[in-house]
Unconditional design. Sequence first.
Length: 458
Amino acid sequence: MENEALQEKFSELTEEKNYRELTVYLDDQLITDIADLIHEEPDDAGIIINNLSISRAAAAFRILDFPLQEDVIKSLAPAKIAELLNELPADDRTSFLEELPSEAVKELIKLLDPEERRITLSLLGYKENSVGRIMTPDYIAVREEWTVKQVLDYIREYGKDSETIDVIYVIDSNGHLLDDFRIREFLLVSTDTVVHTLMDDRFVSLHVNDDQEEAIQIFRMENRVALPVVDDQGILLGIVTIDDMLWIANEEHTEDIQKIGGTEALDEPYLDMPLLKLVKKRIGWLVVLFIGEMLTATAMGFFEDEIAKAVVLALFVPLIISSGGNSGSQASTLIIQAMALGEITISDWWRVMRREIISGVLLGSVLGAIGFIRILLWNSFFHTYGEHTVLIGMTVGLSLIGVVLWGTLSGSMLPLLLKRLGADPATSSAPFVATLVDVTGLLIYFTVAYTLMRGILL
C-alpha cells in the first residue's frame, strides 16, 4: 500500500511539474522505497534521481541491480552523472564500473574528480573477485602517540567522510597497520589516555589479493562489521565492510545455486537477460550432460546379451540409476554448501570419505532392503518374476547398495577434487554427478547380476 501511495504521489507531482514539492517529498522517503519506485518506474529514473539530494540519490543508486543502474546512468545528463559518481563510495563505484564495457568506463572515469579518479583506477587495478576490488579508502586512521581526546576530535572532524566509525585503525608514520579498536574502547577511557597504552597488537586483516569468498569466511568467524585491507608490506590500503560482504555472499550463493543446477552463472537478473544469451548459458552443460548420458546407451549395448537372456533385468534399470544419481546429488549439494560455509576444507577429504562410505552403505542398505521386499511382495501377488524371484531381489538389493555407495562417494569427492585443482566446486553440479553415476551405476548393476546369475539366468 505504501509503495502504491508513493507511486500515485510521484505521478501526481510529475504531471503537475511541481518539482520543488517533489524534491521535498522524495527526500522524506526511505531509501529502499526510492529504489522500489525506480524499479517500478524505470522510464522516470532520471526524474527521480534529479529530484533527490545527491547523497540520497547515491544511497538509492548503490542498492539497485546493475541493469537498472545502467538505465539510470543513460537517463542522466553528464553533469549529473559526474555528481552522482563522485558521491558514490569508492567500492560501490568500482563495482558498477567493472560491469561496464571498457569504452564506457573510460568515458565515465573522465567525469570523476582527480582524487576519486585516482582511487577508482587503483581499485580497478586489482584482479577480479579480489578483496581489493571491493575495499573502500574511506576510513578513520589515527596515530599511536595520540591521546583519546585527539582521536575523538579527529573523528568529529573527518568521521562524516568515513564508510564507518565503528572501527578505528592505528597506523605508523609509513602507513603500516598497527592495531584496530572498536570506538567504544575510546569512549570508555579517560580522554588523556595515550593510544599506544591501549594497544595489544592483536588484529585481523585481509590481504588486498585475497579472494572475496575467503573474506566472507573471515567475516563470519571474526564477527566484525569491518576489516582492514593491507598489502604485502602491511600498509593499510582500505577497509571492507559487512554490507559489501553480504552483497558478495548473496552473489556467490546465487552463482553456486545456478551452477549446481547445471547452468553457467547468470550475470544479469533472469527476466532482464536476453533470451539467446540465456540459452547460451544453458546449452553448454546440456550438451556435455547429453553426451554423457549417451554413454548410458553404450553401457546398455555392452550388456545386450545379458538383457536378452534375462529381460527382467531391464525393468529395474531406471530404479538403479535414479537411486545412484539422487544419492550423488544429495552428497554433492551437502559438501558444496559445507565448503561455502567453511565447515570443511580440502584437508578434510579423508574424514568426509569415511563418513560417506558409512552413509552410502547405510542408505544403500535401506533402499536395497525396500527393493528386495518390494520384489518379493509384487511376485507373491502377481507372479511377475517367476521361480528366481529371490535371486532377482538379491541382485537389485546388492546393486542398490553398490550404486548408492558409489553415488555418495562421487558426489562428495568431486567438489573437493575440483577445489584442489583450482576450479569452482559448484561446477560438480547435481546433473553432472547424476550423469556420471548413471553410467557407472549400470556397470555395477550388470556386474552384480552377472556374478549372481551366471549359469542360472545368464
